[in-house]
Ligand binder design. Structure first.
Ligand code: SF4
Ligand code: SF4
Ligand code: FES
Length: 226
């Protein structure tokens, strides 16, 4: 697995997964399949016997695509944790597939914030020219999203308001629109979409070191919205 993250961030990812990917085990993988253009309802395909030790979730998807089912659709670009294009959900937790460790038992779904184009590929609808500050959902998200509740475990990013100077660097770098610039202040507007330590882009970017990973459900550091 290629790594951009710090050792600490990756260790946090592994620990929050609850299952350490070591040994020679084979994984059971359940993948959500859906093609909105074909109609019908989403379904799940299951794959057994996939090697997962010391591999990323993206590595496992490559194995399924190359050896089991070439019709599986998923997205990746950099494979190094820079672009955010491999975002998806593993066992209810939003992560970057190229940075998150593969687990022995995984249910893999598209990120629920965005409408499904096919299988794990979502339409991002992010206006990069606007610094991603106006992330929007395009199309009929209710029909296409995985619509699963985001896991209550794991970590997400949050801003320490005492340290933040509202430069908007984190707004620009976040691939899922967690932050927004509202009334001359940077605020967390969508904490549940955060990809956690597997992403860490905003933490790495913030030159004021104002962003920390906090347990999901902990809103102590979060600005009031509005
Ligand atoms: S990058 Fe850091 S200082 Fe700049 S707006 Fe984000 S949290 Fe605040
Ligand atoms: S808030 Fe930070 S860690 Fe979470 S998805 Fe956005 S850039 Fe990544
Ligand atoms: S492929 Fe670019 S962040 Fe995973």
């Amino acid at each position: 697995m290629e790594e951009r993250r710090s050792a600490e961030a990756m260790e946090a990812s592994v620990l929050e997964s609850g299952i350490v990917s070591s040994g020679e085990g084979l994984a059971h993988v359940k993948v959500r399949r859906y093609d909105p253009t074909a109609g019908g309802q989403p379904s799940y395909d299951e794959f057994d016997g996939i090697p997962f030790a010391d591999r990323s979730v993206l590595d496992v998807l490559h194995s399924i695509y190359q050896e089991r089912d070439p019709s599986l659709a998923y997205r990746h670009v950099c494979t190094k944790g820079f672009c955010g294009s491999c975002m998806l959900v593993v066992n209810g937790l939003p992560v970057l597939a190229c940075q998150y460790p593969a687990l022995a038992d995984m249910t893999i779904e598209p990120h629920p914030k965005f409408p499904v184009i096919r299988d794990l590929v979502v339409g991002l609808g992010l206006d990069v020219a606007e610094g991603r500050k106006d992330a929007v959902i395009v199309g009929d998200a209710a029909a296409g999203s995985s619509a699963e509740a985001v896991s209550a475990v794991g970590s997400r990013a949050d801003i320490d308001p005492k340290a933040c100077v509202h430069c908007q660097d984190c707004v620009a770098v976040c691939p899922v629109g967690v932050y927004s610039f509202v009334s001359k202040r940077v605020k967390v507007i969508d904490p549940d979409s955060c990809l956690g330590p597997s992403c860490n882009m905003c933490v790495d970017t913030c030159w004021k070191m104002a962003i920390k990973m906090v347990p999901r459900g902990n809103h102590d550091l979060q600005y009031p919205i509005g």
